[in-house]
Design a binder for this molecule. Structure first.
Ligand code: KIV
Length: 269
């Protein structure tokens, strides 16, 4: 008989209950190995559709497919034990109708084993969020700067600079909350607006470029590790892995070329 206590994954109600409490820690991850490290510190991990740009070299998230999200979602679930895993619904898989959104969200949950999905949009997508949550699919909402709509928004622009636009964002936050979202990502939003929305809603706000006023924070892992050639201005870079990887690769290349490569076949296992 095993004497070890099994590690329990964080649940959606546990994350929702953190409203106004200890700030929620979250990061993106797309692979089993990075997810295993992040899992030690994060309350939830997002398998974000940013993987299209970060991992696959796309110039936006629009081209990301359901299969890509499922492949990476599976890897992250396999690599983790503790964090709640949230998987993004990619562009084109949920906007057409609540029924299509349900079919695709259910596929993501069944095939990856994740605990929730995230989708972008406010009032316009509230009926879909209600349809999913009433049928057992926990939904994290995402408003403010919504990268899947960057073509409509005219690029990646901070939201709420003009105070006249605040009521639209506040309406979005209220609509997705009333539709049953358990948390809401506020992306690229000026601090006073993020603070106002955070006070108005009973569910945790998770900020990305939306100030310390949110109930939690999320960053794209590769941004904060210094792995991307370009990172948004608000990102604090905590690691400098790009140059470290380059140094290791160049040392390896030198050793192979000069026949100084140390591994003997006998040392394989
Ligand atoms: O796709 C993603 O990584 C995201 C975060 C930026 C919140 O949606």
């Amino acid at each position: 008989m095993s004497t070890q206590t099994p590690i329990r994954r964080n649940t959606v109600p546990q994350i929702a209950a953190r409203k106004g409490g200890e700030p929620i820690v979250s990061l993106t991850s797309y692979h089993a190995h990075t997810a295993a490290i992040v899992d030690k510190y994060a309350d939830f991990i997002l398998v974000g559709d940013s993987l299209g740009m970060v991992m696959h070299g796309m110039d936006s998230t629009v081209g990301v497919s359901l299969d890509m999200m499922i492949t990476h979602g599976k890897a992250v679930v396999r690599g983790t034990q503790k964090a709640l895993i949230v998987v993004d619904m990619p562009f084109g898989t949920y906007e057409e109708s609540p029924a299509i959104a349900f079919r695709n969200a259910a596929k993501i949950m069944k095939e990856t084993g994740c605990g929730a999905v995230k989708l972008e949009g406010g009032a316009r997508i509230a009926d879909t969020i209600r349809f999913l949550t009433e049928r057992g699919i926990p939904v994290m909402a995402h408003i403010g700067l919504t990268p899947q709509s960057s073509h409509v928004m005219g690029g990646f622009k901070t939201q709420g600079r003009d105070e006249d636009s605040w009521p639209l964002h506040e309406t979005d936050a209220k609509a997705v909350t009333e539709a049953g979202a358990f948390a809401i990502v506020l992306e690229g939003m000026v601090e006073p607006l993020a603070a106002k929305i955070t006070k108005q809603i009973p569910i945790p706000s998770i900020g990305i470029g939306a100030s310390v006023e949110c109930d939690g924070q999320i960053l794209v892992l590769e941004d904060m590790l210094g792995l991307n050639a370009w990172t948004p201005k608000f990102v604090k870079v905590y690691g400098n892995l790009g140059p470290q990887i380059e140094e290791a690769v160049s040392q390896y290349a030198d050793e192979v070329k000069s026949r100084a490569f140390p591994t003997e076949a006998e040392t394989y296992s």
